[in-house]
Design a protein around this ligand. Structure first.
Ligand code: DGL
Length: 258
């Protein structure tokens, strides 16, 4: 049965994990979050690359052999995917902003990318736009407050709706935009509230389902768990401090200072 390791700075990657779990429900999953350095959107490329290099160094410490790594973080993928792939033969799937499907879908030819500061100001993101959004105007918007709100919502199941509305008004996406790319895996955690704010004439597009399809494709042929029993999620954090996730899984410590 395949063992899939999903990585993010915080709980954002769980929005990708749930898409993968619905296609591959009986795989074994480890979720690793580098919450000691959250938010990644304010970290340097070099820091993110060295945290991922350390994760690769520690890969044999996991109880089961890791078959595939998903960097479920747009910030880390746009800055460190190529460098990390050079360090291991384990296949790595990265998550990058869904510019291509948004450009294919937009009728007004006006797209907004909502991402972290690091992702919105990044050579990889610029090349994605140049290559896949020809004929569209793409407005770049950044927010770290939305990351913090998504974290709070995940852990405490409460959301300060005034704070959220204030931040979305501050971001101020143009009314002509009909597709918003959720270019940070934290943002789908707030999807219901974002949909309410932007209304039904705006599509919110993320990469979760496409990533899950890619993972399924890459693992085709790997022996599946014949018993059909769901394996318990292993949850690791660089700053665990007694955290227990929604399913009651307690975070174990992992050190990414190599
Ligand atoms: N979830 C991450 C992303 O997709 C990063 C959030 C952060 O740590 O800034 O970019």
């Amino acid at each position: 049965m395949p063992h899939i390791l999903v990585f993010d700075s915080g709980v954002g990657g769980t929005s990708v994990l749930s898409h993968i779990q619905s296609l591959l429900p009986t795989a074994q999953y480890s979720y690793v979050m580098d919450n000691a350095l959250l938010p990644y959107g304010l970290q340097s490329e070099q820091t993110i690359q060295s945290r991922l290099a350390c994760l690769i160094k520690r890969i044999n410490d996991f109880e089961h052999v890791v078959d595939l790594i998903v960097i479920a973080c747009n910030t880390a993928s746009t800055q460190a995917l190529a460098a990390t792939r050079k360090l291991t033969s384990i296949p790595i799937v990265g998550v990058v902003p869904a510019i291509k499907p948004a450009a294919a879908q937009s009728k007004s030819r006006r797209i907004a990318l909502l991402a972290t500061p690091a992702t919105s100001n990044n050579a990889y993101t610029n090349s994605l736009i140049a290559e896949h959004a020809k004929g569209c105007r793409v407005d770049l918007h950044k927010s770290t407050r939305l990351v913090a709100l998504a974290e709070q919502y995940y852990w405490q199941q409460t959301l300060d709706l005034d704070k959220l509305a204030h931040e979305l008004e501050y971001i101020n996406i143009d009314k002509e935009v009909d597709c918003i790319v959720l270019g940070c895996t934290h943002f789908p955690i707030l999807r219901t509230q974002l949909e309410k704010f932007y209304g039904s004439h705006v599509d919110l597009i993320d990469s979760g389902h496409a990533i899950a399809k890619r993972v399924q494709f890459l693992l085709e042929g790997k022996q599946s768990n014949r018993s059909g029993v769901k394996m318990p999620l292993q949850f690791f954090a660089t700053a665990p401090s007694g955290m227990t996730n929604k399913e009651g899984v307690t975070c174990r410590a992992i050190d990414l200072n190599c």
